[in-house]
Design a protein around this ligand. Structure first.
Ligand code: ADP
Length: 228
């Protein structure tokens, strides 16, 4: 709770500070359109960060309590990857990061992806893939490659980035609760443990491979059917 409260305080300070600048500038008539646009964007980004923090903490808490009951349906995993990447790519626009899904670049008029049907909890799997992609967006230099490999019994999703990589002595720790590699980007350390719990709830597996300085690849293996 202390960590969360502290992490929420920073974006809240930004929101209050920039709101005050807008109010004072509007009252004095000194607020240019460019400044207004910049300040509103800062407020929006901070709000989005707070929402993401609250959302990931609530999801983690629910999974950790063991009370999560899966809502199983059949859906297309390729669509999930595309949905997660599109939703998060607004962040990618700020830095020139290209996202590819099975070799197709994520652009507005993207080619149709070959469907990869599986059974599982759509919301949770969307969250897991989104988690890998949002981490990759934080760390990638210029390229993220999402790949979906269909096998007889299961599907392997991987999210590869060309970022700084993860030191070998941390790779087994990052899926642990609250774990963050020292010197990394801001976060909660709750995303990867949530992905691992989601994988286990589906009788699947979540893991990572990385070479320092060469980027990282995060994997999620999911059985195609649940309870089969
Ligand atoms: P958060 O991203 O909120 O910090 P996560 O549980 O998702 O929490 O990740 C835990 C830690 O693993 C991160 O803080 C970071 O140190 C490391 N990590 C995750 N993804 C990557 C990545 N793609 N490249 C480098 N480090 C990563």
């Amino acid at each position: 709770i202390n960590i969360l409260a502290h992490d929420l305080k920073n974006p809240l300070t930004v929101i209050i500070g920039f709101s005050e600048l807008i109010i004072e500038g509007s009252r004095a008539g000194t607020l240019s359109k460019d400044k207004e646009y910049l300040y509103l964007n800062m407020i929006k980004d901070s709000g989005a960060r707070m929402r993401q923090l609250i959302d990931s903490t609530l999801c983690y808490g629910k999974l950790k309590s063991g009370k999560y009951s899966l809502t199983i349906s059949e859906f297309d995993l390729a669509n999930i990857a595309r949905e997660a990447a599109s939703y998060l790519s607004t962040e990618a626009e700020k830095t020139p990061i290209s996202i590819y899904i099975n070799g197709h670049e994520l652009i507005e008029e993207m080619e149709e992806l070959t469907p990869v049907m599986i059974m599982g909890d759509r919301d949770l799997i969307l969250r897991s893939v989104g988690n890998y992609i949002s981490n990759a967006l934080k760390y990638a230099s210029s390229l993220i490659e999402v790949s979906l490999r269909e096998r007889d019994e299961d599907v392997l999703i991987s999210v590869k980035d060309d970022g700084s990589g993860i030191p070998i002595d941390h790779i087994d720790l990052i899926f642990g609760d609250y774990y963050m590699v020292p010197g990394g980007k801001p976060g909660t350390g709750l995303g990867l443990p949530s992905v691992r719990m989601i994988a286990e709830l589906h009788n699947g597996k979540a893991w990572a491979e990385s070479e320092e300085g060469q980027g990282s690849t995060f994997y999620l293996r999911l059985p195609k059917r649940q309870g089969a």
